[in-house]
Design a protein around this ligand. Structure first.
Ligand SMILES: [Zn+2]
Length: 99
């Protein structure tokens, strides 16, 4: 039973690759958008999103890039489609007490 299926690894050789996630812009954000150069600024009135990209080159992390969500689309998603899965917050769900 030791037939472990090989993953179809074309470019991916188990190394890290650049990836992008979508997150809410947090108050106090002071990063500049890689695309338009403007600050990715938190605004209380509008719930803006930012794209945070961990950029890897040759399997090594090199930097983080920030984009306005819109700009990332405009830029043609340079680091692939952003993961829009919301971060699951552990709300300390009461564990069913085994009485
Ligand atoms: Zn921008």
């Amino acid at each position: 039973m030791g037939t472990t299926k090989k993953k179809s690894s074309s470019a991916d050789k188990g190394s890290w690759t650049s990836r992008a996630v979508q997150r809410d812009i947090e108050p106090g954000s002071i990063v500049d958008c890689r695309h338009c150069g403007e600050t990715v600024k938190f605004q209380a009135k509008v719930r803006l999103r930012q794209i945070i990209c961990n950029v890897y080159e040759k399997g090594k992390w090199v930097r983080v890039e920030h984009f306005h969500a819109e700009c990332y689309q405009t830029a043609g998603e340079p680091h692939g489609a952003a993961d829009t899965t919301p971060v699951m917050k552990h709300r300390g769900r009461a564990v069913a007490a085994s009485a």
